[in-house]
Design a binder for this molecule. Structure first.
Ligand code: ADP
Ligand code: MG
Ligand code: ZN
Length: 615
């Protein structure tokens, strides 16, 4: 049986080489040595003097043709087809460049020659040959080519520790048991204690899922195998499955260890959500490997995803990823701790208050915060400073939040005025309406998609929103639109983001929080909120109820709009003051806003001081 397989796996290989040599006129039977495989080329290259080489690139393969002389000064012809995988191609170029060979690269798909026509005809044949070859490799052939070998990265002596993961202590508590297991798997085996085989980390991007998995490996001092679901999206059917198999094989041989599958949703989507069928094979292989693993073989599999609800239920069944750990965005305290971790190796000005930065960055993930500190370091370097200052961090936060400032985009004066009043409108609500989020910073410098923006924050970070604070939030969103209306007697499309947010809050108040005349009845299935929100047929309420919900939402928005109109109308002088300052300064900070309110100028000078200066 083995023998037959050997021949089988060799056959397509022969076909490929045969076709190639026919195509490029390098007959198999020509005199002198010839190199026809990538491996061969790689091993012999050091001894060769290459006279010329041409690389033709196709979508799936690179054809390398050339002539060379070996150490005995015999002519050697090269005709190698390298399947297109990044690593091999990079390798090849690196080797050739090191030899200072003049490489001519030709886009094979663009060549309109007889050969090209022929090769397009033959490409399908070639593909089939390659595919057969790969399939035969999958069923355990020799090691001639490495394409199905696991692309998994294997790290030993991982340096990451729990200390490097900040602000998510509860999640760390949950994985500590795994560390103990990996360190003493013998003890567990003796006791017959079962440990979860698969742990699924679920949370938004950048919240430290990879970091936790790595820290577990680091703390237990075991090898860390990692692979990403997106690595599997290969062009050849079956390659992904082959990789999974070889990764598990390697891992079992080096147990105790951790296998980490990132972006598992890329292969583990629910049936019916997949793009191609090849993910199925990969997913099945993962399941087969997990099921086939001994209870206590010391391999712990961790996986990460942004959303668990799109995953194939088969993955979550008992004995597979039956333990889920939710990793959420850090709160203020968490952000402070994360900033401290990443500030350790940076030279930051003593005056910089990390806690205040944490307060200013709600919704930022750990990765965003790390990014902020990194960006600010770059900004400092750009100005030849050795110390990171507050202004660097300010700029970095804005960059991370909205993308780099579009300094080149110019406003017309009219537009600038409109944006200034719009943002000032939001600010007034924050300043004058109790419970409304306070404004920390306003700018009319366009960033990303947003025209200007207001950084608003509630006084204290709130875990439980009250009806009053939610209403105040909506009023604050309406502030921009009302300011436009009052000043320009016209309204702009710039408020669409505000309207969207306000509507969302109002809908939640009615359907989720029971804060309307409908009473405390939940009209959305929170377990499936994304699909049922606003779709009455799915959420199980009648059409008449749907109408009432719409009515209630409208009422909330309407009364908030009125409230905003009242508050701003009562504070027109301050509105003009803030808007005009914005037009002048483009950005004003919290302190400057306070000064505006108290002293009428951003520097916080009292009238007499100003007079003194003028005198
Ligand atoms: P995820 O895998 O959840 O997308 P990562 O673990 O890859 O996120 O995080 C990316 C980077 O962000 C980390 O390397 C680290 O520098 C930083 N980071 C994210 N979360 C944290 C955290 N909780 N504590 C410290 N650093 C963090
Ligand atoms: Mg990650
Ligand atoms: Zn707005």
């Amino acid at each position: 049986m083995n023998k037959r397989k050997g021949i089988l796996s060799f056959l397509p290989y022969l076909i490929v080489v045969g076709i190639l040599s026919f195509l490029f006129g390098t007959s198999l039977f020509s005199k002198g040595a010839s190199i026809k495989t990538y491996q061969d080329l790689k091993t012999k290259l050091p001894t060769l003097t290459i006279t010329d080489v041409e690389i033709e690139t196709y979508h799936t393969v690179y054809d390398v043709k050339g002539t060379a002389r070996n150490d005995k000064n015999e002519k050697v012809s090269i005709a190698v087809t390298v399947p297109y995988t990044q690593d091999q191609i990079k390798d090849l170029y690196a080797i050739l460049e090191e030899k200072k060979v003049n490489i001519i690269t030709v886009d094979g798909t663009q060549k309109i020659t007889f050969g090209a026509v022929l090769s397009t005809l033959i490409t399908p044949v070639l593909m089939i040959g390659l595919m057969m070859f790969l399939m035969s490799r999958m069923s355990g052939g020799n090691q001639a080519m490495e394409i199905t070998k696991s692309k998994a990265r294997r790290e030993e002596n991982v340096k990451t520790r729990f200390n490097d993961v900040a602000g998510i202590d509860e999640e760390i508590e949950e994985v500590k048991e795994v560390v103990d297991y990996l360190k003493n798997s013998g003890k567990y085996r003796k006791m017959g204690a079962r440990i979860p085989k698969g742990i699924l980390l679920v949370g938004p991007p950048g919240t430290g899922k990879t970091l936790i998995a790595k820290a577990v490996a680091g703390e237990s001092n075991v090898p860390f195998y990692s692979i990403s679901g997106s690595d599997f999206s290969e062009m050849f059917v079956g390659v992904g499955a082959g990789r999974v198999r070889s990764m598990f094989k390697q891992a079992k041989a080096t147990a105790p260890c951790i296998i980490f599958i990132d972006e598992i949703d890329a292969v583990g989507l629910k049936r019916g959500m997949k793009i191609s069928g090849s993910e199925d094979q990969t997913l099945n292989q993962i399941l087969v490997e997990m099921d086939g693993m001994d209870e206590n073989n010391g391999v712990v599999i961790m996986a990460a995803t942004n959303r668990a609800d799109v995953l194939d239920p088969a993955l979550l069944r008992s004995g597979r990823f039956d333990r889920q750990i939710k990793v959420s965005l850090p709160d203020k305290k968490g952000r402070h701790e994360i900033l401290q971790v990443h500030a350790k190796n940076k030279n930051i000005d003593e005056k910089v208050d990390l806690e205040y930065i944490a307060k200013r960055t709600p919704g930022f993930s750990g990765a965003d915060l790390e990014n902020v500190l990194n960006e600010s370091a770059i900004l400092a370097i750009r100005e030849d400073r050795a110390v990171i200052e507050s202004k660097d961090i300010d700029e970095a936060i804005d960059r991370v939040m909205m993308g780099p400032a579009k300094k080149s985009r110019k406003y017309s004066d009219e537009e600038k005025k409109l944006v200034a009043y719009h943002e000032a409108g939001h600010a007034i609500i924050g300043l004058k309406l109790p419970d409304a989020p306070k404004v920390r910073k306003i700018t009319i410098i366009p960033r990303g998609d947003a025209g200007g923006y207001n950084l608003m924050l509630p006084e204290e970070e709130k875990y439980l929103a009250t009806k009053k604070s939610l209403e105040a939030n909506i009023v604050s969103f309406m502030g921009g639109r009302i300011a436009e209306e009052l000043i320009f007697d016209d309204i702009s499309a710039g408020a669409s983001g505000d309207i969207q947010e306000a509507t969302r809050i109002a809908k939640y108040m009615v359907t989720l929080y029971g804060m309307s005349s409908l009473g405390p009845i939940q009209y959305v299935d929170t377990s499936n909120m994304y699909t049922t929100m606003g779709d009455s047929s799915l959420s199980g309420y009648s059409e008449s109820t749907a109408r009432v919900i719409d009515e209630e939402v409208r009422k909330i928005i309407q009364s908030s709009l009125e409230k905003a109109r009242t508050v701003i109308s009562e504070n027109m002088a301050l509105l003009h003051l803030i808007a005009n300052t914005l037009i002048e300064e483009e950005t004003i900070t919290e302190e400057e806003i306070e000064n505006l309110v108290k002293y009428g100028n951003i520097r916080g000078e009292t009238i007499s001081e100003t007079e003194n200066q003028q005198a």
